[in-house]
Write a protein that binds this ligand. Structure first.
Ligand SMILES: Nc1nc2c(ncn2[C@@H]2O[C@H](COP(=O)(O)OP(=O)(O)OP(=O)(O)O)[C@@H](O)[C@H]2O)c(=O)[nH]1
Ligand SMILES: [Mg+2]
Length: 367
């Protein structure tokens, strides 16, 4: 038994920490924990424990209260926790202070998301976009407490060369960003040419929250075989396929990267190239997982992100997916009535697929 566990690769043991300023937000915090747990699982870790602090203000030095941080330190030591994950974006100073105090790896939500992106990036375009986001995250963090500085020992007497090293490092990163952006521009150009060639063809893009079932729906519609996984951000590349809605009506449909709450702006900006299939589309299909709590909120988050990429005025069809998992029909009907022109569907059982096809056809013909 013991030998077995030794052979198995031990999963990273992660402690989740979240802060709310009002106990009334507890419900939301629990939901966020669930999502964070899913993200940790996707990244290959295992959640050991979740800690929620209710505190009116964020502590500028430790994010959570120092007392709480000390409490976490003892948990980390006692249970051999590898990583403490904060449900926020920590400032460079907070990260450093927490690391020094707790003595474990301190990771924030955005780093985790970028990690998953890096794990799932397949094409050159996706890889460049992830690296760009990571570099843009790192750049402002090189000031003040750079790892580079502490590696030199830090403190009196090391400041000169340390600062210099910092400057060199910064310049190196900036140059790399420039090079990657140039390469990305070239890839975008190629995409534009392809898109122009498809000008006469009606273009549809599937958008939505991560894990909503976009790739599954794409497979159901275009008889594709895209990667479908019960994990977050399995799709990072925009896959585009032709398909016939009926014998003489051909369209192209694109699958896109999923959205999530508080997606860091540098990540959205980096993925502008992939998301251009959404900005180029004639019609967006907004896929929503109706089987999980927080439906309205996720719709709002997706709409906000669409706005950020300049898609707010595009025509949209809202598709409530995974209806096979919802037992209460009244719940489904309530959502359908609340969102004008929405469709109830299961990409997995294919229930409602024909209705969606008809709706798309109707839209194209009446355009
Ligand atoms: N029960 C059920 N599960 C579904 C349905 N549609 C998708 N799923 C499951 O939901 C999970 C996510 O599906 P994907 O198609 O990968 O979702 P996605 O929106 O492409 O996700 P990302 O690319 O990771 O953002 C998978 O485990 C699917 O099998 C459905 O209609 N019913
Ligand atoms: Mg997908």
């Amino acid at each position: 038994m013991k030998q077995n566990t030794k052979q198995e690769q031990r999963k990273e043991k992660v402690l989740l920490v979240s802060l709310i300023n009002d106990s009334a937000k507890r419900h939301k915090a629990i939901y966020r924990f669930e999502e964070l747990e899913g993200l940790v699982r996707t990244a290959g870790g295992e959640v050991f424990e979740k800690i929620l602090q209710i505190r009116e203000k964020v502590d500028p030095s430790y994010y959570i209260g120092k007392g709480k941080a000390i409490e976490i330190k003892s948990i980390v030591e006692r249970f051999h926790v590898d990583t403490v994950l904060f449900d926020t974006e920590l400032s460079p100073a907070q990260q450093k202070n927490l690391e020094d105090l707790i003595g474990a790896k301190i990771v924030d939500r955005n780093v985790l998301i970028m990690d998953i992106f890096a794990l799932h990036a397949r094409t050159r375009e996706a890889k460049i976009q992830v690296e760009l986001a990571q570099l843009k995250y790192r750049l402002p963090r090189l000031t003040g407490f750079g790892v580079e500085l502490s590696r030199l020992g830090g403190g009196i007497g090391t400041r000169g060369p340390g600062e210099k090293k910092l400057e060199v490092e910064k310049r190196r990163i900036k140059e790399r960003i420039q090079r990657l952006e140039k390469e990305l521009k070239f890839i975008e150009k190629v995409r534009k040419v392809q898109s122009k060639r498809r000008k006469e063809v009606f273009k549809i893009a599937l958008v939505g929250y991560t894990n909503a079932g976009k790739s599954t729906l794409m497979n159901a519609l275009a008889k594709e075989d895209l990667k479908v996984e019960d994990s977050y951000f399995s799709t990072l590349d925009a896959t585009t396929r032709k398909f016939y809605i009926d014998e003489n009506l051909r369209v192209v449909i694109s699958d896109t990267v999923g959205f999530i709450e508080d997606l860091p702006p540098y990540l959205v900006a980096s993925f502008r190239s992939t998301l251009s299939v959404a900005t180029d589309a004639d019609l967006l299909i907004h896929v929503v997982d109706v089987s999980r709590p927080g439906v309205d909120e996720r719709i709002r988050i997706v709409n906000d992100t669409l706005k950020e990429i300049g898609c707010e005025s595009k025509s949209k069809i809202i598709v409530f997916n995974k209806i096979d998992l919802v037992l209460e029909e009244t719940v489904l009907l309530r959502y359908r009535d609340r969102y004008d022109g929405s469709i109830l569907l299961s990409a997995e059982s294919r229930e409602g697929i024909d209705e969606l096809k008809n709706r798309i056809k109707e839209y194209i013909l009446n355009r």
